[in-house]
Design a protein around this ligand. Structure first.
Ligand code: KIV
Ligand code: ZN
Length: 506
């Protein structure tokens, strides 16, 4: 019988440590719900002691996402564990994850203590956490650079103290596959109590080996892998969930293990995380990149037409790559749209559905075919909208010749408290001209830090999704919006960020 490998997703904790990828509470819940649909066994929802906002977001995930285990991270400190427990105690199945450095360089230089004190602290933390919760995970940080005998003592003592999961992190991505596999094998041999707990691994990708190291660990007896969607995470990231899972599935005869991942949800999850966290996916990324199932050479295309297996080792539908199919048009009624949303996992209250339906009609009027990806993008934008201080009304952007000075001219109207305000401006490009109009109307001094626009699906009629990051009076805020017209999407995203700034200030 195939051995079960548990999938522990840390997109919302290690993944969220990527600069600029912080999610707000609603966004975190949307991603967590999608991870539930994907079938992960554990969601590490955050690090509650790191900020009150994160504590609140983890609490909401624990209350609303019932299928997977909900874990949160804490340092080996009572105050961290108290805050963490308050955030996850409502979960159907809560797990406290505590960590403490195990390598000499971390113990001496970072913690400024000795091995014995560090071991004592780890044991005390596990015992303290155990008073709250039966499922305790302990991670000896930087395990792959730790002294092996000491690591074995830490693992043995934390299991005795009540840890039900021990996670071996390759914190700095230093390990290589043979060596890491060997470490797991020797650890299991030297600490027989590891047979009675879940032995987990958490690999970073500094040398591009996170996936290979995770696989080597599984071969040597690890039964939980910690990973993130699209491999995002601290520095070069973590092992990519989609890669580890699809290796195990594609080569199932070789490994004789299985996961509970609903693989057709992989691409949707990948796109959602990329959009929400503002982290584009490289086109040649394994499994989820835009080119992962695109065949450009004539010889390859010929082979694919004769039999897809000539050049495809994974069926696109097995990872959900058929999602781009046509689903709806402007003639689709409420019932059809509601049904499609339910199929995509969105059961919405009536007022929220009406808001989404109105936006769907506005987009469908201009873009003939609305795909599942389009619809999801519309929903995500609407669900994360903030109260409107300035609302978009209309805009016109003229060509260079008409502005009379070789620069594009924008004329834009916004709504504020029921009044319409119009401004005109030239700019170095149409988007620059539009942003200048918005700056004039709002009267804010805005520093544009980041701006991207990409197509939600392919083709000239694709829905454009714009994302901006701006700085206003020292606050950094992000915004996003979709429209069949990329300049309008950009204006709406810029306004979304401005409205978010006003919400934050309140
Ligand atoms: O990389 C690491 O060591 C971690 C631990 C907190 C598990 O993220
Ligand atoms: Zn990590």
């Amino acid at each position: 019988m195939a051995r079960k490998i548990l999938v522990f997703d840390t997109t919302l904790r290690d993944g969220e440590q990527v600069p600029g990828a912080k999610l707000n509470i609603e966004q975190k819940l949307i991603v967590a719900k999608q991870l539930e649909r994907l079938g992960v066994d554990v969601i590490e929802a955050g690090f509650p002691a790191s900020s009150p906002g994160d504590a609140k977001a983890v609490k909401l995930v624990a209350q609303k996402v019932r299928q997977p285990i909900i874990a949160g991270l804490a340092r080996s400190l009572q105050k961290d564990i108290d805050i963490l427990w308050n955030s996850i105690k409502d979960a159907e199945r809560p797990r406290i994850h505590v960590f403490l450095a195990a390598s000499d360089i971390h113990i001496e230089k970072k913690l400024r203590m000795d091995r014995e004190r560090a071991l004592e602290m780890a044991v005390e933390a596990v015992k303290y956490a155990k008073k709250y919760c039966s499922e305790i995970e302990f991670s000896p940080e930087d395990a792959t650079r730790a002294d092996f005998d000491y690591l074995c003592r830490v693992v043995e003592e934390t299991i005795k103290a009540g840890a039900t999961v021990v996670n071996i992190p390759d914190t700095v991505g230093y390990a290589i596959p043979e060596e890491f596999g060997e470490l797991i094998r020797r650890l299991r041999e030297r600490v027989p109590a590891t047979d009675n707990i879940i032995l987990s691994v958490h690999c970073h990708n500094d040398l591009g080996l996170a996936t290979a190291n995770s696989i080597a660990a599984i071969r040597n007896g690890a039964n939980q892998i910690e990973c993130t969607i699209n491999g995002i995470g601290e520095r070069a990231g973590n092992a990519a969930l989609e890669e580890v899972v699809m290796i195990l599935k594609t080569r199932s005869h070789h490994f004789n293990v299985e996961t509970g991942i609903v693989t057709p949800e992989i691409i949707s999850t990948s796109r959602l995380v990329s959009r929400m966290m503002n982290l584009p996916i490289q086109p040649n990324k394994a499994i989820v990149g835009a080119n992962a199932f695109a065949h450009s050479s004539g010889i390859h295309q010929d082979g694919i037409l004769k039999d897809r297996r000539t050049y495809e080792i994974i069926r696109p539908e097995d990872v959900g790559a058929q999602e781009h199919l046509l689903v709806l048009t402007a003639r689709s009624g409420r019932k059809a749209v509601k049904q499609k949303l339910i199929e995509l996992g969105y059961e919405l209250p009536n007022d929220m559905f009406e808001q989404i339906y109105r936006r769907f009609l506005a987009v469908a009027d201009r873009k003939k075919e609305i795909t599942a990806e389009d619809l999801k993008s519309i929903v995500e934008v609407e669900l994360t909208k903030v109260p409107e201080v300035f609302g978009f009304v209309k805009m016109v952007v003229t060509t260079q010749a008409m502005s009379g000075n070789d620069l594009p001219l924008a004329i834009l109207t916004l709504r504020k408290n029921g009044d319409e305000i119009t401004q005109a401006s030239v700019g170095n490009g149409p988007v620059d001209a539009v942003f200048k109009c918005i700056d004039r109307i709002t009267g804010l001094v805005i520093n544009l830090l980041d701006y991207t626009v990409e197509a939600v699906t392919s083709g000239t009629e694709a829905l454009g999704e714009a994302r901006v990051k701006i700085e206003v009076n020292g606050e950094v805020v992000s915004g996003r919006a979709t429209s069949p017209d990329v300049i309008e999407a950009s204006a709406r995203a810029y306004l979304n960020a401005i409205n978010r700034y006003f919400t934050l200030r309140k």
